[in-house]
Design a binder for this molecule. Sequence first.
Ligand SMILES: *Cc1c(COP(=O)(O)O)cnc(C)c1O
Length: 395
Amino acid sequence: MSDAFLHQLRDTLHQIDADGLYKRERLIATPQMTHVQVDGRDVINLCANNYLGLADHPALVAAATQAMESHGFGMASVRFICGTQDMHRTLETRLAQYLGTDDSILFAACFDANGAVFEPLLGPEDAVISDALNHASIIDGIRLCKARRYRYANSDMDDLEMQLKAARAQGARHVMIATDGVFSMDGTLARLPEIRALADQYEAVLMVDDCHATGFIGPQGRGTPAHFGLRADILTGTLGKALGGALGGYIAGPQPVIDLLRQRARPYLFSNALPPAIVAAGIAALDLVARADDLRAQLFDNAAYWRAGLAAAGFDLLAGEHPIIPVMLHDAHRAQAMAARLFELGVYVAPFFFPVVPKGQARIRTQMNAALTRKDLDQALAAFAQAGRDTGVLA
Ligand SMILES: *Cc1c(COP(=O)(O)O)cnc(C)c1O
């Protein structure tokens, strides 16, 4: 390895830092919950994807512990060699029942599920049309497949129709539309009723990544398609957010889709099976979530209260009802300064800036959790107002 190589990497790192884009990780010394201990300080946590507060739930911890006793620690195999336990199939069946699909297939993460879903299903004769704000894993998954690629501006239905027409005009055999159910940086829902109608009109397959919805959006938390009373053809999702927050992803859909993915999806064929503890806790999470109307009501109550409080304090928010509530600061340095001041005031939030969001759209993405109390929210609102004044964000 030449000095020049490491030298160039150091230069890149210096430039990232100089641009205010360097990400530093804080160390949490407690389980993931509403109050965490970080760098020796007790802070209110407003940046986890722990929507229903299940990440430290005793029922999930008990299910994971029990599964390690009964099924061991690791699988030391991919699924098709000797890595499939009874529990893996139980979780796949339960996910499919919950989501209203024929079947589902597990992956190590939704990043892998999105990396897996396009390549086996679409060939060079086909087309895939993707929303410009889709998650990085969808973008990468599409890069891995040979279908012709089309992109439409975020939630722009005229643009989507233009891309559908273009794909059809260029003779595509099959067309797939890929969208996030909820756009994770903005907290906005995809316009699924219009997307579904266009998909039907142009005979396209509709794929929805519902990571920021499954468990808490729609009836029984069945996701954005259920919220709008319609069906997606293929769903991808994660166990790493509302469904316990550990790890694991899945694809759910019609039987031939799942069967072909089990034969051909590379992240499935060439990567380890999920461990028993994660699988058992996933099943326990589904048991809880199907009956969690109280937690969902509390979550949306918290979101409305928090949003109204921030708006009253004078912050620039993106409109919406999702428990993702972004506070727009536009400038990366300013977002970093605001997050640092909030931390001093006992509130843990993360600044988001390029490349995670476009340049000039830096923000602090706050996220609500059903376990946050009014007292937590009032304390956090006071800290936001104080930090806003201290950093010059508020007049
Ligand atoms: C979090 C997220 C993913 C990745 O999920 P993991 O299971 O953590 O890999 C994929 N898509 C979207 C929209 C996400 O928000």
